[in-house]
Design a protein around this ligand. Structure first.
Ligand code: AMP
Ligand code: ZN
Length: 114
């Protein structure tokens, strides 16, 4: 989508710090990290959020989670642990409307009972 921030990142119209890429998935550093390590993983094919993805292109979930698994295994995040978060619409705090998965780690994360 031409007016989508993350589509612009995929087209390199906006710079990003790439940490992972394969044919269908792109991973990059979040510009305002909420943990010592904070990455965003997106599918290269645009959907708005996980509910759109689930109805329009559910196979993308496998693509993205396989990529996150590859990345966290090979970048020392697996053993200490990490968190994956996706936000939907205003109550969820979604500000960029291209489905994305926050990958947080590098320290003990608070919240969710921790
Ligand atoms: P959300 O609030 O779940 O929609 O997440 C959007 C995320 O995108 C936020 O954590 C922002 O810090 C991040 N973000 C916004 N612009 C950029 C950018 N140009 N490069 C990297 N991350 C960005
Ligand atoms: Zn997009």
């Amino acid at each position: 989508m031409s007016d989508c921030l993350f589509c612009k990142i995929l087209k390199a119209e906006i710079p990003s710090e790439k940490v992972y890429e394969n044919d269908v998935v792109y991973g990059f550093k979040d510009i305002q990290p909420l943990a010592k390590e904070h990455y965003l993983f997106i599918h290269k094919s645009h959907t708005k959020n996980i509910n759109d993805l689930a109805t329009q292109a559910p196979h993308q979930l496998t693509d993205v989670f396989t990529a996150i698994s590859d990345f966290t295994r090979t970048n020392n995040l697996e053993e200490d642990g990490f968190r994956v978060v996706t936000n939907v619409n205003s109550n969820g705090g979604q500000t960029v409307f291209h489905t994305h998965f926050h990958v947080l780690g590098g320290e003990a994360l608070k919240g969710f009972g921790a």
